[in-house]
Design a protein around this ligand. Structure first.
Ligand code: ATP
Ligand code: MG
Length: 409
């Protein structure tokens, strides 16, 4: 008997001509994930409609948990792989049942089971239904105290026969779905230290977007810890994808200039216009195709539709706002699932929480922003900010230690 994880994928199978590219990318992502889970000797193999992870050791737990964070994976099942003979499959099914009963505290007499068989390999002499009946009978012979129930079962023994092998498994774990990380090209996430933007980044990563986050800070007015927090957030995201470059941009000069030369109610609007302009230039320089923000309509004063219109005017780049229609509570639930929540709520200052105007314009008009920017050296400020960009590569599993070695999950 050999240990294997059956990995199922869905949407990418629909991608027509690109199908092979997508499958190869998913296989590569699975390979890296398996390596990350430190499983020496594991082998990843692509077969029609499935990816198999062959494991040299018995405990599939750490690899399976890591695979549940690979986009493109719909579900997975740790399985035993045996030659496709009735005898071998029966032995594996009995062993699997024995194992699961040993791990349960309840009496076998109160355990109901069913067998589900899927014969994809027509060389195998029994059709799916007949195979299920045979295996059910063999299990009852061996464990007479068990009951069979097709509807209300505690244990499901699943068997797949394909390409000359039999696969026997008891559980199917969900994957995150979506498209393999990197399948859709590169995008720049405007990553603050808040709850929303990491979730927005995760949502586009799920659609195959490779992220290069951009973070704006106001060092020394914002702290080293605020920077560590953002890098840790990026590390959690990297745990769902791959190592990523984070671009750190100082807004200190721009904020100082706005304090002196921009009417206070328009600070946020003009600052956001600078952020978008800088983000677009940076994205262009790294062949990024889109910007992504964590804005949600109406959530705060700067996220009214009027404000979005006035801010968005400075860029021709597509700006995706995957949280546009979500409530804060939904975003918070997702943040917890992704593993970013505990970091996001750490109380370190963001550049936007400094110099908060007392009476911000909630419905700023484009003309007001134009008038406010008229006396500013917009181009010079952007160029100097871009000249000072610092780029850091973050890797999954690393941590600055803000949350005691926390790595997200
Ligand atoms: P978040 O929780 O993501 O900070 P928020 O609800 O606090 O969002 P704002 O602070 O108004 O909303 O920010 C809106 C969006 O602008 C953020 O989701 C993020 O994409 C971007 N943004 C805000 N501040 C920064 C920053 N310092 N660096 C990079 N992007 C930022
Ligand atoms: Mg914020």
């Amino acid at each position: 008997m050999a240990h294997v994880i059956l990995v199922r994928y869905g949407e990418i199978a629909l991608k027509g001509k690109n199908r092979h590219e997508f499958e190869d990318l998913l296989r590569d992502r699975i390979r890296s994930a398996v390596q990350e889970a430190a499983s020496p000797g594991a082998r990843v193999e692509k077969a029609y409609g499935r990816i198999f992870v062959h494991l040299p050791v018995g405990d599939p737990g750490p690899v399976a948990a890591r695979l549940q964070r690979v986009f493109g994976v719909v579900s997975l099942s740790p399985a035993q792989s045996v030659p496709a003979t009735l005898e071998d499959v029966t032995t594996a099914a009995v062993a699997a049942m024995e194992h699961t009963l040993a791990g349960r505290s309840i009496e076998p007499a109160s355990v109901a089971f069913r067998v589900t068989a899927n014969r994809a390999d027509k060389q195998f002499p029994l059709a799916s239904m007949d195979l299920a009946m045979q295996l059910g009978g063999a299990l009852l012979d061996r464990f007479p105290q068990l009951k069979v129930s097709l509807k209300a079962f505690d244990v499901e023994v699943s068997v797949e026969i394909r390409d000359g092998r039999g696969y026997v498994f008891l559980e199917t774990l969900p994957g995150p779905g979506g498209l393999p990380y990197g399948a859709s090209g590169r995008g720049c996430l405007l990553l603050s230290g808040g709850i929303d933007s990491p979730v927005a980044g995760w949502m586009v990563m799920k659609r195959g977007v490779k992220l290069e986050p951009i973070h704006f800070h106001s060092f020394p007015f914002t702290s080293e810890r605020a920077r560590d927090k953002v890098l840790d957030l990026a590390r959690v995201l990297a745990g769902w994808g791959a190592p990523m470059k984070v671009h750190l941009v100082s807004l200190t000069e721009i904020q100082k200039t706005l304090r002196q030369h921009c009417p206070e109610p328009l600070h946020i609007t003009v600052l956001r216009r600078f952020m978008l302009r800088i983000a677009e230039r940076l994205a262009r320089s790294i062949h990024g195709l889109a910007l992504i923000t964590g804005e949600s309509i109406g959530q705060v004063a700067s996220q009214t539709l009027e404000s979005a219109l006035t801010i968005n005017e400075v860029t021709n780049y597509p700006v995706f706002r995957p949280l546009a229609g979500m409530d804060k509570s939904q975003v918070m639930d997702l943040a917890r699932q992704i593993g970013t929540y505990d970091l996001s709520i750490l109380p370190y200052d963001d550049c936007c929480t400094l110099f908060v105007p007392r009476n911000p314009r909630t419905r700023p008009k484009p003309e007001e922003a134009h008038a406010a920017e008229q006396h500013l050296d917009v181009e010079g400020l952007i160029e100097r900010a871009l000249a000072g960009v610092e780029t850091v590569v973050v890797k999954p599993g690393e941590s600055s230690g803000l949350l005691g070695g926390y790595t997200g999950l």
